[in-house]
Design a protein around this ligand. Structure first.
Ligand SMILES: Nc1ncnc2c1ncn2[C@@H]1O[C@H](COP(=O)(O)OP(=O)(O)OP(=O)(O)O)[C@@H](O)[C@H]1O
Ligand SMILES: [Mg+2]
Length: 504
């Protein structure tokens, strides 16, 4: 039986000043399938989606959708919605100060006889939608009081409720934990079975194999190929994405690392933060890479925020290379040689209007003081170095940050901290949204910095990634450091420690 084609995009071209974002790209979606759109950072995934949904106008190419006469040109997202295309973007774009119910019904609020908003009906219907999706929240709650995960689910719920024929999810899972991902996948399967076509953008390979039926791979704005998931083994997929064979992943192993010295770089005793984290000790030696693991919300981020001084420690003492640190003073920490890449990068100052160069030198400039301007040539040199090292895809070093793809923005923020070359660097989810090739390069870099004597704390939701880089891991559960594991760590041993190993 020939499956029914829902959407055909052919020969799509889109250029920005100095950048060819899409070069004769194509995408074909069938009814009732989950279709993965894969490719490196900057490959053009978000752009092809935005050409479909009316955020961008394409320069050339044809878009056809089942049930719609002729080639479609959406000039606005509303138009796209009208023909049944719903989108959840990489960045949640809802109104934080409105309630969940209001966000669900923006632009299509139920009305009373006299055309005022029918709040009662709206709230009741909103609650029903959330309950049906098994999302346990009060629909009248203000959106900004909800976790990022819930906000994401609200965005999806809104799309689902609009009876869409085509649902687009651009990296929806990067800030969800395993349980939430499972919930989302269940929802995706239900929708698929009812005939909805779903485009799913993700950098997590396992997720592709778990939930997708077919894959389109893009590279440098071009179409590479379309495959059925069952016919495309992982190595082939990665090779298609990178355009070369890829056996590097296997070659990075913690074995053969330089041995760690005895010199203690940071020594924290009995630190705690009221309400979020119980007293813990933490010690790291020169050249050590230590992981912090635990479920989302277990206190991983809170622990490192406390060490860095972003959250005021309620108790305990902290010394860095013998010198006592002031609690609650990130500047003191930075001056002592600490660096901190937080997991909430949006809030941390991904400054969109500033150039790539200005964003990269920001932390270094802050450390040295605003009066000691880094010379322009030096700035340019550093920016170019990191653009090259992290393979940041940008038209130039002077390009405003917000013109870069999501993953490339992330790399810039990472470069910002790497260029301060701290003695002790805390990385909270540094590779979120970063493609697999760069992830591997990044892991190598972590090991290289450690070999040069940098001490690093590395938090990642992907245990694999920590296993490749860390010699030791702290295990967090419910705001408490419940133990440390080291030696021959495996995915299983780490998982069982997270789930509830012995308290030490
Ligand atoms: N508004 C814009 N102005 C200029 N260039 C842009 C703009 N939006 C995207 N680009 C460029 O187009 C290319 C493709 O970007 P796109 O966001 O589609 O990548 P992506 O595949 O979604 O990557 P990621 O995995 O990092 O999200 C990039 O080189 C990017 O710099
Ligand atoms: Mg993108």
């Amino acid at each position: 039986m020939e499956e029914q084609v829902l959407l055909t995009m052919r020969d799509i071209t889109k250029t920005f000043p100095g950048v060819v974002a899409l070069d004769h790209a194509q995408l074909t979606l069938r009814k009732g399938e989950v279709h993965a759109l894969m490719g490196e950072n900057g490959a053009g995934k978000s752009t092809i989606i935005k050409c479909l949904t009316g955020v961008y106008e394409r320069d050339a190419g044809e878009v056809r959708m089942e049930g719609v006469e002729g080639s479609i040109y959406n000039h606005s997202t509303q138009e796209a919605q009208r023909i049944g295309i719903a989108t959840v973007y990489q960045e949640v774009n809802l109104c934080p100060n409105l309630s969940i119910a209001e966000n669900l019904f923006i632009g299509r609020e139920p009305r009373t006889m006299i055309h005022t908003v029918d709040w009662k009906t709206m709230n009741r219907r909103a609650q029903k939608i959330m309950d049906n999706l098994e999302i346990h929240v009060d629909a009248t709650a203000t959106l900004e009081t909800c976790s990022i995960a819930i906000q994401q689910m609200v965005a999806i719920a809104r799309a689902v409720d609009m009876d869409c024929k085509l649902l687009i999810l651009d990296e929806p899972t990067s800030s969800l934990d395993d349980k939430e991902v499972a919930k989302l996948f269940k929802l995706m399967r239900t929708l698929r079975d009812s005939g909805v076509g779903i485009v799913f953008v993700t950098h997590f390979l396992e997720q592709v194999y778990e939930v997708c039926d077919r894959i389109t791979v893009m590279r440098n704005g071009q179409f590479v190929g379309e495959y059925s998931v069952s016919e495309l083994p992982r190595v082939k997929l990665v090779a298609a994405m990178l355009g070369k064979d890829f056996d590097d992943l296997a070659s990075i192993k913690p074995e053969g690392r330089v041995s760690v010295s005895d010199e203690v770089v940071l020594d924290a005793e009995h630190l705690s933060h009221k309400g979020t984290i119980k007293p813990f000790d933490f010690r790291i030696r020169k050249g050590e890479v230590v992981g912090v693991t635990g479920l989302l919300g277990s206190g991983r981020s809170e622990m490192v925020r406390c060490i860095y001084g972003a959250d005021k420690a309620q108790s305990g003492t902290e010394r860095m290379m013998g010198k006592t640190l002031k609690a609650n003073s990130p500047i003191d920490s930075i001056k002592a040689g600490m660096g901190f890449l937080p997991d909430d990068r949006k809030a941390d100052g991904c400054i969109g209007d500033l150039s790539v160069r200005e964003n990269i030198i920001l932390a270094l400039q802050a450390r040295d003081g605003m009066f000691k301007r880094i010379p322009r040539t030096k700035q340019a040199e550093m920016a170019d170095h990191f653009i090259d090292l992290l393979q940041i895809k940008t038209a130039s070093r002077e390009t405003p940050l917000n013109q870069l793809s999501g993953g490339n923005q992330q790399k810039v923020i990472l470069a910002r901290w790497l260029c301060t070359h701290p003695d002790f660097l805390i990385l909270d989810e540094p590779t979120r949204g970063i493609d697999i090739g760069t992830k591997t390069e990044f892991q190598k870099l972590v090991l290289q910095f450690a070999a040069e004597g940098m001490s690093i704390v590395f938090i990642s939701s992907e245990i694999e990634e920590m296993l490749r880089t860390c010699t030791r891991m702290c295990v967090m559960r419910d705001g408490e450091k419940v133990g440390e594991i080291q030696g021959s760590m495996t995915q299983e041993s780490v998982m069982s420690a997270i789930a509830g190993g012995e308290k030490k």
